[in-house]
Write a protein that binds this ligand. Structure first.
Ligand code: HDE
Length: 726
């Protein structure tokens, strides 16, 4: 087998069973096939444990170039982290368009459904450092690099369709306010502190995005279960040079789902890599995450028809006003080979466009067009970062740019300028014609001004639209999030200013938030009159937009959902088997959770393998809990504080719970689901006598009900959770 084939075989078998792949890999690596360890100059290293010394107990010798090279390289392993979006996780995949979009754009990757365009996608949090936790409350970056035949196209978006500010001039202020405070570098990866809310409360244009950031959108269950948005209005340009405005969307196949806030906070400690691991594991297991690319297309004559400005990045176009057309799909099917070389060194840029896609005059987008190359030059050590393998275009590229730090390519010949008569000049011709990138020739002849357009003035109508569009539990979560964040603000005046602003969104929301904060009733008038408080109550023709809520989202499947089966010795394995099989058939991943690793002996003396323990993988790592039958097992679980906490916590976090036989008594002893006729939302109880559970139809019914409960993700409307001590 060639090296390449071997690598391919490993990757394929890895998808099936990672442990087996590892075995195969080890078996394949005999000393004959493994390359010798060398220095960077290719010199074989005789001993990788001992430095060169003057005698076995003597001092090390400066002459030891092998040690010097190893340590010098190590000393320089770190590069600066991204100034924002430092923590990220990425994957390779492909994009394919459903049908030609030539009516609107000449972008080559949007023409032919037979063409698969490779992509590399990096998801990120914004505020935290590289090593911060995944599940913090934050916006998520959603950056896609399409390696098209016309050059790389980067759609550098977020999981929230609007932004905090309207003009790039305020970006450094926003980021300085949200990052850890400069005097003591606290808090890490959190917006719940004085400087963020001080800034936010003084900048009413942040209000719409604050509503999203305080919603459950900012604590996704999985990177695979969040939407993506291009945020700004862009332009599509077709081969005839006609332009339409366009907004980009990514719609996840698995729906949009989130964590509970308490769960997110606990996960930050229990598994700081929760999202990274979830993405990695799904791809390794062959459960490839998928999104559809959606576009909202607006003809030029409708530019001013919406009551808000399409160039204002704090506004979205409700889907009821312009439907989202799904034009293609993206599948992520390969994990990176090397985190640093790919996820860390990838360099995105909203200015990397291809013919057929162009910019609008959104002043936030315009500022971004400068920032990204600039930041890469310092982060990636010079102007040649486009030559790094992960950033390199797949189509040929050549020009007269030369040299610079870390230049890889060797340009031949005498000539590095144009026009010239010394070189052949053939290769680097400049086509003035249609082949090159053509900017849309928008007519512009204005005076220079440093001013905001009055059409950007209304900061509350869409914030209100968002709030009105949420389900009752979603609204409750927003109230709780504002309370939490503002309760961490030490200065009461900042808390007050913020709730005064919120009164412009919704009186009741503001009052509910204020109640918990030891401040005065919100006073909308206190803020009125300040810049940015012009209201346009007539601005939106609709009051609610279903697409803004996460409720009822998803394809109804339970694929990749994680189910904890809690057990101890004496579990009824016969009754469990058909339920477990039904869950696995539906695509869920079941794990046996017990007090210790090893095996559990069932009531019929079968040994069942334990996957994880209550302590090493707590309830927050699961989507649902199954309490099987078996008197001894249920008794042992009831006597184990970790197991009891596991169940109560899952209940408090509104997860689906299924209890069977004696598992029902266990649940009832914890004060949950005492009345089988009125089980709390998402709790499936089957008190059926154990003997009957071998009966396929009873088991099928329980499994069916449990699957339906899991498919609803979380039962946010579950009552009585506040009293649960977990
Ligand atoms: Fe970024 N942003 N940004 N941003 N952004 C960066 O570029 C910037 C904005 C977004 O996974 C930086 O390479 C300015 C909006 C993502 O590598 C930097 C402004 C949106 C990523 C930068 C914005 C984004 C970045 C830092 C306001 C959603 C991570 C490192 C004018 C549409 C990409 C880097 C990755 C990264 C600047 C606003 C998305 C400093 C100046 C709006 C997803 O260049």
């Amino acid at each position: 087998m060639t090296q390449q084939n071997k690598a391919g075989a490993n990757r394929r078998s890895k998808v099936g069973d990672p442990a087996q792949a590892k075995q195969e890999q080890l078996a394949a690596s005999t000393t004959d096939t493994v390359a010798p360890l060398t220095t960077n100059q290719g010199l074989q290293i005789p001993d990788n444990h001992n430095s060169l010394k003057a005698g076995v107990r003597g001092p090390s010798l400066l002459e030891d170039f092998i040690l010097r090279e190893k340590i010098t390289h190590f000393d320089h392993e770190r590069i600066p982290e991204r100034v924002v979006h430092a923590r990220g996780s990425a994957a390779h995949g492909y994009f394919e368009v459903y049908k030609s979009m030539s009516q609107f754009t000449c972008a080559s990757f949007l023409q032919d459904p037979a063409v698969r365009t490779p992509v590399f996608v990096r998801f990120s949090t914004v505020a935290g450092s590289r090593g911060s936790a995944d599940t913090v409350r934050d916006v998520r970056g959603f950056a896609v690099k399409f390696y098209t035949q016309q050059g790389n196209y980067d759609l550098v978006g977020n999981n929230i369709p609007v932004f905090f500010i309207q003009d790039a001039m305020k970006f450094p202020d926003l980021i300085h306010a949200v990052k850890p405070e400069p005097h003591n570098e606290m808090p890490q990866a959190a917006s719940a502190h004085d400087t963020f809310w001080d800034f936010a409360s003084l900048m009413p244009e942040t209000t719409h995005m604050l509503m999203w950031a305080m919603s459950d959108r900012a604590i996704p269950r999985s990177l695979r279960m969040m939407e993506g948005f291009g945020v700004h209005t862009f332009r599509f340009v077709n081969a005839r040079g006609e332009s339409h405005f366009v907004k980009f969307h990514w719609k996840p196949k698995l729906g949009i789902h989130s964590l509970a806030w308490d769960e997110a906070q606990k996960l930050a400690g229990k598994d700081a890599d929760f999202h990274r691991r979830d993405l990695w594991d799904a791809i390794e297991a062959g459960n490839f995450p998928e999104w559809e690319l959606g576009v909202q297309i607006v003809p030029p004559e409708k530019e001013h028809a919406f009551g808000f400005d399409l160039l204002d990045p704090t506004k979205l176009i409700p889907e009821e006003m312009v439907p989202v057309q799904r034009i293609g799909r993206m599948v992520l099917n390969r994990n990176p080979d090397n985190f640093f070389a790919e996820t860390e060194q990838v360099a995105f840029h909203p200015g990397h466009v291809v013919p057929g896609i162009d910019f609008s005059n959104d002043p936030l987008l315009q500022g971004r067009l400068f920032s990204y190359t600039d930041t890469q030059i310092s982060r990636l050590g010079g102007a040649n970062f486009h030559e790094l393998p992960i950033n390199k275009a797949v189509c040929p590229f050549h020009n007269f740019q030369r040299d610079g730090m870390h230049r890889q390519s060797i340009a031949r010949g005498q000539v590095a300028y144009e026009p010239n008569s010394l070189g052949e000049g053939k290769e680097f011709r400049v086509d003035g014609g249609s082949a090159g990138f053509q900017s849309f020739p928008e007519e512009i002849d204005p005076p220079k001004v440093r001013r905001r357009s009055p059409s950007f003035d209304d900061h509350f109508t869409q914030a209100r639209l968002f709030f009105n569009s949420q389900s009752v539990p979603e609204k409750e979560h927003i109230v709780a999030a504002f309370r939490f964040e503002l309760s961490k603000v030490e200065l009461p005046a900042v808390r007050q200013r913020m709730v005064d602003n919120l009164a412009h969104v919704d009186e009741k929301l503001a009052r509910r938030v204020a109640e918990a904060l030891g401040i005065n009733e919100p006073d909308a008038k206190a803020a009125a009159g300040r810049a940015g408080f012009r209201e346009r109550r007539d601005a939106m023709p609709i009051d609610e937009s279903r697409a803004l809520s996460m409720a009822e989202s998803g394809d109804g499947s339970i694929k990749t959902r994680k189910i904890a089966i809690l057990m101890a010795d004496g579990v009824d394995s016969a009754a469990l088997k058909p339920i477990r099989e039904a869950l696995e058939q539906a695509g869920a991943q079941c794990k046996v959770v017990a007090a210790r690793l090893g095996t559990v002996a069932s009531a019929s003396k079968r040994q069942l393998e334990v996957d994880v323990t209550f302590v090493n993988t707590p309830s927050v790592a699961f989507d649902a809990v199954l309490l099987p039958a078996g008197a001894e097992s249920a008794k042992a679980l009831a006597a184990n504080g970790d197991a009891v906490h596991f169940v109560l916590e899952a209940f408090k976090h509104c997860k689906a719970i299924c209890a069977v036989g004696e598992g029902v008594q266990l649940l009832a002893s914890l004060g949950v689901g005492n009345d089988p006729k009125a089980a709390p939302a998402g709790v499936v109880v089957a008190a059926t006598p154990v003997t009957n559970l071998g009966d396929a139809s009873a088991a099928t019914q329980i499994a069916h009900d449990f699957v339906a409960a899991i498919a609803r993700h979380r039962h946010w409307d579950r009552s009585g959770i506040d009293a649960v001590p977990a």
